[in-house]
Design a protein around this ligand. Sequence first.
Ligand SMILES: [Zn+2]
Ligand SMILES: [Zn+2]
Length: 404
Amino acid sequence: MKTRAAVLYEMGLERPYAESLPLVVDEITLAPPGPGEVLVEIAAAGLCHSDLSVVDGSRPRVMPMVLGHEASGIVREVGPTGEKAGGNGELVKGQGEQSGFGNQSAPEFKPGDHVVFSWVPLCGRCHLCVMGRGALCEPGGSANIAGTLLNGARRFTDTRSQPAQACNHHLGVSAFSQFTIAAQESLVKIDDTLPLGLAALFGCAVMTGVGAVINTARVEPGSSVAIFGMGGVGLSAVMGARAAGTYPIIAVDRVADKLELARELGATHTINAVENDPVAAIREIGRGGVDYAFESVGNETVLIQAYESTARGGTTITVGLPAPDKMFSVPALGIVAEERTIKGSYMGSCVPRRDIPRFIAMYQAGILPVDKLQTHTLRLEEINVGFDRLAQAQAVRQIIDFSN
Ligand SMILES: [Zn+2]
Ligand SMILES: [Zn+2]
């Protein structure tokens, strides 16, 4: 079949992207889903900073690639199920069919299911998956680096180029396309009463930000928190900190509008890093420093500020993705003598099939006001303008609405 998709052929083009057009929106070919794969019609896809990091080349990926990793959609077709359990085409009711066990080829999804994508496919079998740390799934991570689905397949082909060339998948999702193919392991079924435009946000911003607070840091009620960087992830961390009963919740950014939004979402104090030294300000508010500091900018200098703003015994959680060659250094003695901790948080240390449904339930109960994150709605054709806006910090979450 044909699908209209935004393909990145070359990283690192000059801004403005509205002129250099790094993402080329055109029809490409999509093969049917193979066994264990699902054809999804994308409903909504968010523009995330990690997409921008591929566009600007600071987080290189294999090219060409159908970009996009934060999305919701509707299942349209599931791949062939192959041999039925037992090999004779007959399923014994009450055994394989209902339990799902003993019938490895039974599809998990059916046409019409509403889904959110997980940008790490969880194989469910590697030692990290069985330890409950599926965000670090080894086969999932390898497939993401290779630009393939979990099983190694590529389903997009650019037939306009001579010769036709396969297009890589972005984190097993490739959301900037009307239709995509994903491994079952990349999908989470969701409540189909949730608006799909909103649902997309749970796939990256919410999972990463709320997860960092609840799963990685496991903050205690009453503990003090500072969060650096009020993008979609940092603002989600503010919501998570509020939901977890922490105080104070100190938000740091360089843009006044984002700090105002942080207040709406639960920040009790805000610091504009253009006007004030955030470390000194946090130490004053937090009486010597905070128990938990979160860095969601992806900048090693900000990471040091986050570390310096923690109190004795404090924990620094690093959520943003710095460029691969960046290093940072802090006094080694403090880690011992002041029992300081530095923890990485990838995808909010989430198990998507556990956490996406529970974060959605928290939204529905009014605990996580996720709807406030969306600042713009775009058509796919406006994607380059959208990345200009994101690069200039003029947007929180821009959602491509595929019904447009
Ligand atoms: Zn993201
Ligand atoms: Zn795994």
